[in-house]
Design a protein around this ligand. Structure first.
Ligand code: DGY
Length: 436
């Protein structure tokens, strides 16, 4: 298949998943029938390459559900659908007094990509003046979102924000969370899974894992999604390196964008102060010398969670490590995650006995993480390894299709694309990777 054909196919996937009426894109049909926060950011980057209007609508649809306190939810229920659980009626965002009055949403968030997404789109499009006016119109909403994090999600005022639910991480059922599940016992809920009607159950979380996911939401709901109560009482409180690296990268992008549009010195100063504190503390608290990578910090139980995952390398994207640490990350990626027999990049340490090559975030490759790593490695001039990440991503999609995730093992001969098919961010980010 030529690159031109592949690009056309990617556009077809995106266009088919776009809801013309409401102006947003579903991640994929059936499995994820609403608007997801970080999906939308990555999707908008894809649109910027051929239909900037759609990119703008995507971002505006997400921002239209922003809460009055700046919070941006992980799912916006613009539409009804009975193909997904848990839906709007379970999440009940209206429990929070400052929740969106116009949209039903969840009461949790996802990695805050919008800052860097705006900058990516600005760099991609030709009509800079038009993009500047779009950015002027929306940038303060993104700033407000970041301010919300530092005000309500950073109890030690150390520049690192927490997540209170595994779905906020984006890496939903990573083995990272297994030890946290050992610290509390949820009820055995009665509920009907919808995801396993779309996708082989072997590729999705277990029912018992869903009990934990639902229990964390029930606890947050009991306190009307009040941040202070969640800080005090949620059994899941984690400082995630991927989440914080994305926030830091988005802060940096906001600084650049405010400079481009002019006239917000006060906000630039605030952003610079956040950055200094955040990057310093990130390097002190989230680096694990023994493993040679960044790890998650369990804030509830006050300890590092000592595992390498694809999240461990994402600080490269935000230029957080110095050159010596970057070198160590690069060597780990090369020797441990790639070896001679694997595509990059497994979502979890392939040498760990918790690694599962087929199951959601317990091992398979995700195109959005690859995109972050491709950019991150280029930041440090590791051009060859960056090219490998890019070529592996293209090869997997060419070979298997626009799947949600992929088996890292090169020896697999059967279909090694898993989860949802015609998955929007795989298509969107492929378009970006193929641009040069
Ligand atoms: C899921 O897997 O359904 C989660 O909602 C993703 O955010």
């Amino acid at each position: 298949m030529t690159q031109k054909d592949l690009k056309e196919q990617a556009k077809k996937v995106l266009n088919a998943n776009f809801n013309e009426d409401k102006g947003f894109t579903i991640p994929c049909e059936g499995l994820y029938p609403f608007q997801w926060n970080w999906d939308s950011g990555f999707i908008a980057i894809g649109y910027a390459h051929y239909d900037v209007n759609k990119a703008k609508r995507e971002i505006e649809a997400l921002l239209s559900a922003q809460w009055e306190n700046g919070f941006l939810p992980h799912i916006v229920f613009h539409n009804d659908s009975d193909t997904y659980f848990p839906g709007a009626d379970f999440h009940q965002s209206s429990l929070h007094p400052l929740a969106s009055k116009t949209h039903k949403t969840t009461g949790m968030t996802q990695p805050p990509v919008l800052g860097f997404v705006l900058k990516e789109i600005y760099d991609i499009v030709e009509d800079k003046a038009d993009m500047i006016s779009f950015i002027k119109h929306n940038i303060d909403k993104v700033f407000h979102n970041h301010a919300h994090f530092y005000t309500h999600r950073d109890p030690n005022k150390e520049g690192l924000v927490y997540i209170y639910h595994n779905w906020e991480s984006g890496t939903d059922n990573s083995p990272i969370w297994d030890d946290i599940w050992d610290t509390f016992t949820p009820p055995n809920y009665t509920f009907e899974r919808m995801d396993t009607t779309h996708v082989d159950a072997a590729q999705r979380p277990t029912n018992r894992e869903y009990d934990y996911y639902l229990n964390l939401i029930e606890i947050a709901k009991e306190y009307n999604y009040d941040d202070a109560k969640i800080t005090e009482l949620s059994p899941f409180l984690v400082q995630d390196p991927l989440f914080n690296a994305i926030l830091i990268k988005s802060n940096a992008a906001l600084i650049e964008l405010y400079e481009i549009i002019g006239d917000s010195k006060e906000k630039i100063d605030i952003l610079k102060a956040w950055q200094e504190k955040a990057i310093t503390r990130f390097n002190e608290k989230l680096y694990n010398e023994k493993l040679g990578g960044y790890v998650h910090y369990d804030l509830r139980n006050e300890k590092q969670i000592e595992f390498l995952s694809s999240s461990s390398f994402t600080p490269l994207f935000a230029q957080i490590p110095d050159n010596a640490r970057a070198e160590r990350l690069m060597k780990n990626l090369t020797n441990k995650f790639k070896g001679n027999d694997k595509f990059l990049c497994s979502s979890f340490d392939p040498d760990s006995d918790r690694f599962n090559p087929k199951k959601y975030w317990r091992g398979p490759i995700w195109i959005n993480l690859n995109w972050l790593l491709y950019k991150g490695l280029n930041n440090y001039k590791y051009k060859n390894l960056a090219e490998t990440v890019k070529e592996d991503s293209i090869t997997l999609i060419k070979r298997y299709g626009f799947y949600e995730y992929f088996d890292a093992r090169k020896s697999i001969t059967e279909n090694a694309g898993y989860g949802g098919n015609n998955f929007s961010w795989s298509a969107a980010l492929l378009l970006d990777l193929l641009k040069d």
